[in-house]
Every structure is written in C-alpha cells, then in structure tokens.
Design a binder for this molecule. Structure first.
Ligand code: NAD
Length: 419
C-alpha cells in the first residue's frame, strides 16, 4: 500500500480547489462546496454473543443536499474515521452531479472489522446504527446504500428497522436491497458496469479498441470483479487481480470468473491455479498493462508508486485511489485517469433507478436498467470531454469536477440562501 499518509478529506478539498480555478465562484460559495453540512458521530453499544458489551464508533456525514436527498453508502471497516466519511460524502455530491442525477451526497461507516463478528452480532450492530440514523434518513432526506463490507443483507436489516420504527413501508429509504425486498435488477453489477463503460469510452476517445487491452485490477471485490468480467466480455485480457492477501498474474490472461469463484470458496484469489505468478499489490499496480483499475480503497497509489505506473489508462473503480501528488505525476507521464466520480458512478446511478422504481412501486427489466445506465454514463463522459477540450484543465478529473461544481452551484444559486 502507499506510504503517503494522505487525509482523503484534504484530497477532496484540493480537487475542488483545482476545478474552482476554472469556474466563476465566490469565496463563500467555495467554502460551502468544501465542507459537509453536518456529521453524526455516535457510539453504538452492542451485546456480543458471549453476553459482553462492545462499543463501536459510527459516523454519517451529510455533505450537501442542494440537488436532492443526501445519498451514499455505509462502510464497515477498521479504518473508518470522521475525515474519511466526510471525504466520501463529498465525493458522492460531485459524483451525483457529474452524472446528472437528482441527489446530494452523504456517506456513513462503522469502525469495525466485520470478519470478527458473527452474523447475529452484525445484525445487532446494523440495527443499532439504523436506529441512530432513523431521525435523519428517509426517502426524501438521506438514502444510504452498500459500500465496502456491506451488501444486500445489511441494507435489508436497515430497511426493516426503519420501517418497523416508523410503522410504514418505505423501501426507497435505502438502496442496494435484495430484489424481493425492493432491490433493482442490475444493481450488484452496476459499479463494475460503469467502470467497463468508461474504460470503453476512454479507449474509443483515444482511437484505440478496448478488445486489444490488457487489464490489471487491484481489489477483487464487488466493483473490481464485475468490471473484470465485463471487460473480458468485450475481449480485453485480465492479466492480474488482487485482494488484501496479495495479487496473482498470468500474462496470457486469467479466467476471471473462475478466480472469483475461487475467492468465494477460499476467501482470497491467492493460490488460484490459473495464475502463473504471485505478485505483491505494489507490483500489480506497476505492471506494464494498458488499463489499471484500482478497486480497493483510498490512497492506493501515491507519488512514489505513480512514478512507476506503466499503464496508459487508469480507471478509478475505488473512491479516491490516487493521492493528489500521484495525480500530478500521472499528468506529467501522460497517463489518462478516468476519475472515480464518473467511473464508479454506476452504483449510485442504479441506486437512483432502484429508488425511482420503489416510488413507482414498479420493477424495470435488467435490460432497461442497463440501457439507462449506459445512456447516463456515456452522456456524462461526453460532458467531461467537452470541458476537457474547451478548457486548459490539467486532467480529466478537473474537467469532471468543473461539470459537477457548476451543476451544484447553479442549483444553490437558484434556491438562494435562507433565512
Ligand atoms: P468489496 O468489499 O466488495 O471489495 C473490496 C476488495 O478490495 C476486497 O476484495 C478486498 O480484499 C480488497 N482490498 C482491500 N484492501 C486491499 C489492499 N490493500 N490491496 C488490495 N486489495 C485490497 O468493496 P467494493 O464494494 O467492491 O468497493 C471497492 C471500492 O469501490 C471502494 O473504494 C468503494 O468505495 C468503491 N465503490 C463501490 C461501489 C459499489 O457499488 N460497491 C460503488 C462506488 C464505489
């Protein structure tokens, strides 16, 4: 992992400042765009299976609600802290604006390593958090979703707790639910799908064919593994994948669906028989491939690693995987970085479709979901290219932030300040 001890909230603020230089914005407006409106910090007391009590720190940051309800995932990870949650909630604001969906941004997390808890303990922890969140969430207020180490199971618990306490049915209070609990077709694949779509669009923009590309994926979880098999379906070769235990490599291409199954059975991709070599995560990140997909956590690539990166294109499946210094190095090296707020926006876009379906009390087909996602993603990519080509911006990230900041600012200005 990277050596830089970079604060992701400071990274977010730097990214906003970089883009603000290209737009007409007052100092006060800019301050507003750089800080969360509020952050809930709470300590959850949970009874463990052996009867003892444990206390877990949890957060929910509501960054900006100008364009609609706060929206963003809930993460279970030992590294969760206040600034991380603030950063992730800010990235959600600009992600939703980048793809033009009517949401603000929020994010939450519990400082816990879920591997150490039984399913019953996790349920009590999740329901306890849902109880704390209840007054500040709702389908028109703040809509949580899955993130690292949470999925349909946790979302169903949160929905059930909220609906029980509110004595209502309100499936749109949360997204990423199982289909039978009001989830959407295509949601599980959505983040990986937008990674695939933006990689394809990027290659088309560069006049290259994604079918000829070699790809390395750091972090073989939901986002990374889906991106891998959808890119493979386009003809690309997935030559390396990794998880927190290590990386595997085969220059002739890995069978990524079999690797996924192997990880499901054993807990890791390491020792997968289709690999010819084992690598460290740092070695994977600096492989000579066409496309590198960081799909694990923040700050995976710092300035030092960026100097060694050999990929032509980086598609950010994770949120904030590059430090600002790494970004600068990659500009110098002419490496194109498809920014997280576009590349992984498929997750929140299909969450939005799920919420729309919940409010319509109607189910869309998977084909309709995927078609709408493709339309939203490719339109956002075109908006990005328009700014990239018409402004002297240093990179695609700044171009995407210019699009997003302008949209948030416009809504804020139309609404005005109250009181
Ligand atoms: P996940 O828990 O399914 O997968 C994360 C993977 O990363 C796991 O395989 C884990 O082993 C691996 N990992 C963790 N630390 C690592 C390290 N140091 N080196 C290599 N691998 C490591 O999570 P996910 O939902 O796929 O999310 C991954 C990233 O994508 C996060 O940054 C998340 O915020 C972002 N994201 C996810 C979604 C979504 O819908 N799932 C949407 C938008 C963004």
């Amino acid at each position: 992992m990277a050596e830089d001890d970079v604060n992701p909230f400071e990274s977010l603020q730097e990214q906003i400042d970089d883009a603000a230089a290209f737009i007409d914005v007052e100092d006060g407006e800019l301050e507003r765009l750089k800080h969360p409106e509020r952050v809930l910090e709470t300590n959850l007391t949970v009874e463990m299976d052996d009867g003892s009590l444990e206390v877990f720190k949890a957060f929910r940051s509501q960054f900006n609600g100008d364009r609609g309800p706060y929206k963003g995932g809930i993460r279970y990870h030992p590294g969760v802290d206040r600034d991380e949650v603030k950063a992730l909630s800010g990235w959600m604001v600009y992600k939703c604006a980048a793809v033009g969906i009517p949401y603000g941004g929020g994010k939450g997390g519990i400082r816990v390593n879920p591997i150490n808890l039984s399913a019953d303990e996790l349920e009590r922890l999740t329901r306890s958090f849902a109880e704390e969140l209840r007054p500040i969430i709702g389908e028109d207020r703040d809509i949580p979703a899955p993130d690292v180490n949470t999925g349909q199971r946790e979302m169903n618990w949160i929905k059930d707790t909220y609906e029980t306490l509110e004595n209502t049915t309100e499936p749109g209070v949360i997204t990423g639910k199982a289909i039978e609990s009001g989830g959407s077709a295509g949601r599980v694949e959505a983040t990986g799908r937008s990674v695939m779509l933006t990689a394809r669009e990027m290659f088309a923009y560069l006049g290259r064919d994604i079918a000829d590309a070699t790809v390395a994926v750091q972090g073989y979880g939901n986002a990374g593994s889906v991106a891998a098999y959808l890119l493979d379906d386009l003809g690309a070769d997935i030559v390396a994948v990794s998880d927190s235990s290590g990386a595997i490599y085969n220059p002739d291409g890995l069978n990524e669906r079999a690797a996924k199954q192997f990880k499901r059975e054993t807990g890791s991709v390491v020792d997968f028989e289709g690999a010819t070599e084992e690598l460290t995560n740092d070695e994977l990140l600096t492989l000579d491939v066409d496309v590198l997909i960081p799909a694990a956590l923040e700050n995976a690539i710092d300035e030092r690693l960026a100097r060694e990166v050999q990929a032509d294109v980086i598609v950010e499946a994770a949120n904030g995987p590059l430090t600002p210094n790494a970004d600068e190095v990659l500009v110098e090296k002419d490496v194109y970085v498809v920014p997280d707020i576009l590349a992984n926006a498929g997750g929140v876009t299909v969450s939005y479709f799920e919420w729309v379906q919940n409010r319509q009390r109607f189910h869309w087909t998977e084909e309709r979901v995927n078609d709408e996602l493709e339309r939203v993603t490719t339109e956002a990519f075109d908006d990005l290219v328009d700014v990239y080509e018409s402004h002297e911006v240093p990179n695609l990230r700044t171009a995407m932030y210019v699009v997003a900041l302008r949209r948030v600012l416009q809504t804020f200005r139309e609404g005005g300040v109250w009181p």
